[in-house]
Design a protein around this ligand. Sequence first.
Ligand code: PHE
Length: 447
Amino acid sequence: MSEREQWSSKVGFILAAAGSAIGLGAIWKFPYIAGQNGGGAFFLIFILFTILLGLPLLLAEFVIGRTAQDNAVNSYKKIAPGTKWHWVGILGMITSFVLLSFYGVIGGWILIYLFKAITGQLNGLSSEQYTAVFNETIADPLLSIVFQLIFMLFTIIVVSRGIQKGIESASRIMMPALFVLFIILVIRAVTLAGASEGIQFILKPDFSKVTSQTLLDAMGQSFFTLSVGVSVMVTYSSYLPKNQSLPHAAISIVSMNIFIILLAGLAIFPAVFAFHLEPNAGPVLLFNVLPTVFSQLPFGMLFFIAFLVLFLFAALTSAFSLLEIIVSVISNGKPEQRLKWSWILGLAIFALGVPSALSFGILAEVKIFGKTIFDFADYTVSNVLLPFGALLISIFVPLKMKRSLLYSELKKGNWLKKGLFEAWYITIRYVAPPLIVLVMMDVLGIW
Ligand code: PHE
């Protein structure tokens, strides 16, 4: 069998793992979920969950992947042979499949906007007109499906070529560029007349809005943005050389992610209030707000196009990781199988996503448990499948991996202090499982 591919450097791995993490979750999903949950309090709870659960779980996935050095299913088989634990990996694949199906829809929206911006169709509109244009666009069945397909084709082509060439090199330039552009955007947004209400909305917690649903949304959001619970990070860390520090990588990724989420919040909400838009507009929020903010900047359309390109890239690097985990299991490390399975699985995921795409137009009236198809898919992934996957991982690690082995794996790269290790171990073993169960049960009304 051929030698396993490895990341060419630690920076390459961090960028790729951060590329998986930073995506639609931070930039598109966070603002609208926060908007629906009252803003500041949600943000605070989200950060708490990210530090208390997301970070330890990210580290747990890293440890599994690098110890086993195999794909999302075989890693569990290697660590716990003869058990059913590899079902955690299979569950991760199923979750990734569904997640990518609706992820591609939003990826398509970015492409539509890019197309419209480049062809000058978005020049000089008022904020109501932007909203109207966008709502019309996503209701158009052909347009949304065609662009969803284009997004998926990009994903398929890159994943079919293998990780090294596909993902690593481009991340080096695009991620820092995204940060810079976001900072410009935030500066413009917070200096708009009437922005202060929006800044308060996202930074000043109002706990009267917090319900058990808020807690579940915040927990699901923290897993979603960190790509935790589906064994994507198991797969990615399996390509990482042994001498790199996992805790250092995990902390870098979490910090970048929180930073970009803060930037997204500070770019969106000041503008929402300045332009009298609705913070709880749902999935369309970002798309309706951003063009208006950009139109307030000199050379606004150029900045908007640059932003869309980087946003697209952020979404694609996450999409790659979702398809990668499935393809790497099904093709079982055989390079000659990669091309075929990338196409078969990628197109199947596209097909599954079509009803989600149509749920903003001709299928808008079709409801499952009171939600549109898109919302139902998103809710099931974020609030049921990801937390469930995360729960299983937090049980698996202390149960099936020796404490001394965990310590020596996490200590590599000479970064981790013993005390931090203890804190991580206690959290994974005693805090994470009951907390996840409590939050999930609370929403179901079980206790
Ligand atoms: N973290 C990605 C985002 O925020 C989504 C994702 C979830 C990717 C799970 C991989 C695995 O956009």
